[in-house]
Design a protein around this ligand. Structure first.
Ligand SMILES: Cc1cc2nc3c(=O)[nH]c(=O)nc-3n(C[C@H](O)[C@H](O)[C@H](O)COP(=O)(O)OP(=O)(O)OC[C@H]3O[C@@H](n4cnc5c(N)ncnc54)[C@H](O)[C@@H]3O)c2cc1C
Length: 466
């Protein structure tokens, strides 16, 4: 920050996703000092993660470095760190990077910390069925998907070969539909003829959901269209199928009538649910009556603030506002609304008691099913096929950050959609094993630190004597 003064209004923004970045950019010309703190160095375009996972795009194309995006915006300082505490009473946010703690004071706070994958209380499923929320997730999935074909080529055991060539995507929302379609296309087109003992197109791709329909928010007609298209590509769609266990070998499924069955599969992907950042609960607990919903989202006031704190805004996937879906537009519009109020307050024109409520403008939703085929819903208008796919293509390019990224994405799409090849097919053992290795290291570390932590605790006899 070059022009920081002690008296300037201090805005802290937590998160560098759609909500966080929009908030910071909307305050570009405001007379404020902004600190943006996020646990990643990038602004991630989550809607295209599945293309990183299936070798179409590189991670850099969908995740530009936030500090480079904001290089020219002089009133913002970008900090890497995990927010570990928010103190609403004293107006501070504490973030942690390795062993370094930073306490950042604020006059206004915008919390856009988003959501994580939810395993509905079965977090151990994550070991074998990664979700798709981060770049790490997408790269791990790429490693697992392409690695499964490699292992199938090597094994001599037909049952093991079948297991390696069975891919199960759990959750038939947009992410599940897009990923299942892309795994099928990868096998059918890109990998065709590249192996000697297996035929990649013989693989089984299964899209599974406990709900009775594909893409439920898009309505029965579009959901059925997407399902039929997937089926025509060879994807098996299994509905009313509740996954009750996930292990190394495969998954266990319970049908509606209570019967259980197994699918032996090496590669499983979890795209079934979301859980809001724990920062939501942390904030709600410090207010006089703000609640969180079942997914941990903050039930905000009509002006997106929390009770008793008109300067603390919660936006994006972390806010619960009736009728606002957990989509990029919800985060973008929420961030613009919140910064609009901050700008008004700087001019002395904001009265928290008479603020007009946040209004969401529904710009619709869409999902690609395969190359040249998508489904889209805008208000009452429903579209499917090539036109919907073109609309999907155009809109994703518009919202991708950076001209260079747009250009290289267009090139990558041209190569993939008009030809057979994909530019990002490299996999490394880090992709496949790093998460599990990190979990193990962290567990060992906390085990090693346990005696020290215990030594820090007052012994019961000490406390009794105190
Ligand atoms: C695979 C996938 C596909 C999707 N497809 C679409 C789509 O096609 N169309 C659409 O509109 N929406 C789509 N979405 C949803 C959309 O991406 C989200 O609604 C949107 O990203 C929400 O924005 P946000 O700013 O609230 O959160 P996010 O974009 O998730 O950003 C959260 C930010 O908070 C940071 N953070 C979290 N916790 C902490 C902490 N403790 N300390 C510091 N920083 C923290 C993170 O690092 C991140 O920068 C998709 C989502 C996923 C996962």
């Amino acid at each position: 920050m070059t022009e920081s003064t002690v008296n300037r209004h201090r805005v802290v923004v937590i998160g560098s996703g759609f909500g966080g970045l929009t908030a910071v950019q909307s305050l570009k010309h405001a007379d404020v000092d902004i600190t943006m703190v996020a646990r990643t160095t990038t602004h991630l375009f989550q809607p295209l993660l599945y293309q990183v996972a299936t070798g179409i795009l590189s991670e850099g194309e969908i995740a530009p470095t936030t500090r480079l995006v904001l290089r020219k915006q002089q009133n913002v300082e970008v900090l890497l760190g995990d927010v570990v505490a928010i103190d609403l009473k004293n107006g501070t946010v504490t973030s942690k990077l390795m062993t370094m703690n930073t306490v950042i004071p604020f006059d206004s706070l915008i919390v856009a910390a988003g959501a994580q994958q939810s395993y509905f209380g079965n977090d151990h499923f994550a070991t074998f069925a990664p979700g798709m929320k981060t770049i790490d997730d997408a790269l791990e999935l790429r490693g697992r998907i392409l690695g499964a074909f490699e292992a199938a080529e090597v094994t001599k055991d037909p049952a093991e070969r079948d297991r390696r060539l069975t891919f199960v995507v759990i959750g038939a929302g947009p992410t599940g539909v897009e990923l299942a379609g892309q795994i099928a296309e990868l096998a059918e087109r890109t990998l065709a003829g590249a192996f000697r003992t297996i035929e990649p197109s013989d693989c089984r791709v299964i899209l599974m959901d406990a709900a009775p329909a594909v893409l439920p928010p898009m309505g029965p007609k579009l959901g059925l269209k997407a399902q039929r298209r997937l089926e025509s590509m060879g994807v098996e769609v299994q509905l009313n199928a509740m996954v009750t266990n996930v292990d190394y070998q495969g998954i266990t499924i319970k049908a509606k009538d209570g019967t259980e069955r197994r699918i032996e599969c090496a590669c499983k992907v979890w795209s079934a649910g979301v859980q809001a950042s724990p920062l939501g609960k942390m904030i709600a607990e410090q207010t006089d009556g703000t609640e969180t919903d079942r997914a941990g989202r903050v039930v905000v006031e009509p002006d997106l603030t929390v009770k008793g704190h008109p300067n603390v805004f919660v936006v994006g996937d972390l806010m619960a506002v009736p009728g606002v879906p957990g989509m990029a537009q919800g985060a973008i519009q929420g961030a613009k609304y919140a910064t609009g109020l901050i700008k008004k307050s700087l001019k002395g024109q904001d009265d928290p008691g008479t603020r007009s409520p946040f209004k969401y403008f529904d710009k619709g939703s869409m999902a690609t099913v395969s190359r040249f085929d998508a489904v889209a819903k805008v208000g009452k208008i429903e579209m499917s096929g090539f036109l919907a796919w073109l609309a999907w293509l155009f809109l994703h390019l518009v919202y991708l950050v950076g001209y260079k990224n747009r250009l290289s994405t267009v090139l990558a799409w041209l190569i993939t959609f008009t030809g057979r090849s994909r530019g990002q097919m490299a996999i490394t053992s880090q992709m496949i094993y790093a998460r599990l290795a990190m979990d193990r290291v962290q567990a060992q570390q906390s085990e090693a630190l346990q005696p020290a932590a215990e030594a820090d605790q007052p012994r019961s006899s000490d406390s009794a004597g105190a």
